[in-house]
Design a protein around this ligand. Structure first.
Ligand code: FMN
Length: 322
């Protein structure tokens, strides 16, 4: 039987997580794919995503994936889903968007089972250690065992959450994963679109918070570095004030459809005093003041990572220096 990585044409068992909000653009995805891993473009609007794919194609002829966050998919995303080599979906009812190999990220046995039943070709098992939006409550290797027991033998599983070095990748493969998926490790790379101030916080950061504070337009749980907003609003309840969580749910349909320009404006005008925060991380040249009111997404591995190397060298190091 042909194994999953061979089927998708990827040489090294290292997948860079799709990170939206301008973090995982063509620079990062092309560098990872060209180094033999699977680079993944973070979600944007359909036309921008097709343009990002074209940009990656100019830089490498190796396979590249796109990420689709299911609550925000529009009809036009069918085009980039058909142009990409692999489609990775997350958050919501598992859905296929093209005939390309499809991987769904799951945070529980139930979600993994639903993905397979919906026709996914593979599942990413996401542990609670993960950075960014976190679906489940179980640690990665434990959840991998549970999912493996629940799904048919041989169904391809990838592991996400807590993977920062070659030993972590070896543990994931030893536990039966076909590849390791890394977000935080690639967020902390030269090519990621995180703003310079955000990168500096990541290099210096250690502990993280699991909260629902940054949920306007997209309620959910996310792992972040502390900043002024978390320190002010998570004192009583680590999830965030109840009123904020209710407001996040109520505003979801409005903000999810809101024009990108409105959301971009809102990101730069948020205040520590007013706990309504868009779930967009500080990217590119956003000013340092947004660091106190934006989600500084980071996984638990931020404690062990203190550098910002080139993505290609990260791929080689994760794969054991081969
Ligand atoms: C900055 C950041 C942004 C993320 N954005 C997305 C996203 O847009 N779509 C997605 O499927 N997963 C996203 N994730 C979660 C990753 O897919 C993955 O589960 C996680 O990064 C794995 O854990 P790690 O950070 O410990 O490597 C994000 C993670 C980070 C750190």
């Amino acid at each position: 039987m042909i194994d999953f990585l061979t089927r998708i044409g990827v040489a090294r068992p290292v997948v860079q997580a799709g990170m939206g909000g301008g973090i995982a653009g063509p620079d990062l995805a092309a560098a990872v794919s060209d180094a033999g891993g699977l680079g993944t473009l973070g979600m944007t609007g359909p036309r921008a995503l097709s343009a990002h794919l074209a940009e990656v194609r100019r830089r490498t002829d190796r396979p590249v994936a796109i990420n689709l966050l299911l609550p925000f998919v529009r009809r036009g995303h069918a085009a980039p889903a058909a142009e990409a080599d692999v489609v990775v979906t997350f958050w919501g009812r598992p859905t296929r968007f093209s005939d390309k190999p499809w991987i769904h990220q799951a945070g529980s046995v139930g979600e993994a089972r639903a993905a397979r039943e919906s026709g996914a070709d593979a599942v990413i098992v996401q542990g609670v250690e993960a950075g960014g939006h976190v679906r489940g409550t179980t640690r990665a290797l434990e959840l991998l065992d549970q999912v493996r027991a629940a799904l048919p033998a041989g169904f391809p599983l990838l592991l996400a959450g807590g993977i920062a070095d070659a030993a972590d990748v070896a543990d994931a493969l030893g536990a039966g994963a076909v590849a390791a998926v890394c977000g935080t490790r690639f967020l902390m790379s030269a090519e990621s679109g995180a703003s310079p101030g955000y990168k500096q916080r990541l290099v210096e950061g250690s502990d993280t918070r699991l909260t629902e504070l940054f949920g306007v337009g997209w309620p959910g749980t996310h792992r972040v570095l502390p900043n002024a907003a978390t320190e002010r609003w998570l004192r009583k309840d680590p999830r965030g004030p109840r009123s904020v969580r209710v407001a996040n749910r109520v505003t979801r349909p409005m903000m999810a459809r809101g024009p990108d320009a409105l959301q971009a404006w809102a990101v730069t005008h948020q205040s520590v005093r007013l706990p309504f925060y868009i779930p967009a991380p500080p990217a590119h040249d956003l000013p340092d003041r947004v660091l106190e009111t934006s989600p500084l997404y980071a996984g638990e591995t931020v404690e062990r990572i203190h550098d910002l190397p080139a993505a290609a060298s990260i791929v080689h190091a994760l794969a054991g220096g081969d």
